[in-house]
Design a protein around this ligand. Structure first.
Ligand SMILES: *[C@@H]1O[C@H](CO)[C@@H](O)[C@H](O)[C@H]1NC(C)=O
Ligand SMILES: *[C@@H]1O[C@H](CO)[C@@H](O)[C@H](O)[C@H]1NC(C)=O
Ligand SMILES: *[C@@H]1O[C@H](CO)[C@@H](O)[C@H](O)[C@H]1NC(C)=O
Length: 231
């Protein structure tokens, strides 16, 4: 049986930023602006930010995945190991697993594409073909043995349970400048779910009409599929 090491990446579970460190890095003014559905330019925006800071409003915390494993239908018995390489295509899915243990009670999953200039500065990039605006996030059955989440083949991947939602894998900065997407911002890409205390979630990320390739690395600026935890 062929053993394909995507890369022997260390897996870790850390919050990229906590709310008290650099809140503005994760939620940009433009994100806020569209979330709050204000007319632009808004004379109240600065005041709003000031109020949020005064009230010690907590920005969402981003949780990096514990494992990222490819499942390839073309070679269905080949084993892939958890690593940083993400490949999505009509015949490639990625199985993501997150674990969190926090007093923040709610979570959702999203695709996070930092602005192009930040990606360039951070030596990050992605290759995409086709329609990447509706990448599917499926809840899958978590195997009892966690080791099964670190190495798997297409034939041993966990079974789909339900479609949680779809994510638009394009620049967040661009999305928040488009007025017609404002209503979309009111709704998280996947529904919020309870994640108070020790919580694990395993999903299949799939795309029937696109090809997407990138490295999901634990560093700024964020690029990839992320668990967001809310205070
Ligand atoms: C989760 O965090 C709580 C509080 O810090 C701790 O008591 C508990 O042992 C942790 N659980 C796990 C499984 O790490
Ligand atoms: C995913 O499915 C499991 C098993 O049915 C369920 O316990 C869990 O709540 C689901 N997660 C979400 C976010 O819907
Ligand atoms: C996805 O975001 C892009 C901007 O980056 C926007 O043009 C497009 O309409 C969005 N698609 C959907 C389905 O929301």
């Amino acid at each position: 049986m062929a053993l394909i090491a995507i890369s022997a990446a260390a897996t870790f579970h850390l919050s990229v930023l906590s709310a008290t460190q650099e809140p503005d890095t994760l939620l940009r003014p433009a994100d806020l602006e569209s979330t709050l559905r204000m007319a632009r330019p808004s004379p109240n925006l600065e005041k709003g930010h000031e109020t949020m800071r005064k009230m010690k409003f907590k920005f969402p915390r981003m949780v990096f995945p514990m494992s990222i494993v490819r499942a390839n239908a073309v070679t269905p018995d080949d084993l892939y190991h958890s690593g940083s390489s993400v490949v999505l295509s009509p015949t490639d899915s990625m199985i993501y697993h997150w674990r969190t243990n926090s007093s923040w009670p709610q979570c959702y999953l999203t695709g996070w594409v930092s602005p192009a200039e930040e990606l360039v500065a951070g030596h990050k990039s992605y290759m995409s073909e086709g329609d990447v605006t509706a990448i599917e996030i499926w809840n899958v059955s978590a195997p009892a043995d966690r080791k099964a989440l670190k190495t798997m083949s297409w034939n041993t991947r966990p079974a789909r349970i339900s479609l949680l939602g779809t994510v638009n894998f394009t620049s967040r900065a661009t999305q928040s400048r488009l007025g017609y997407l404002d209503a979309q911002e009111l709704k998280a890409p996947t529904p919020r779910f309870d994640c108070l205390g020790d919580t694990e979630i395993t999903v299949e990320v799939a795309c029937a009409a696109c090809r997407l390739e990138f490295e999901q690395i634990f560093s700024m600026p964020p690029l990839g599929f992320e668990l967001m935890q809310l205070a």
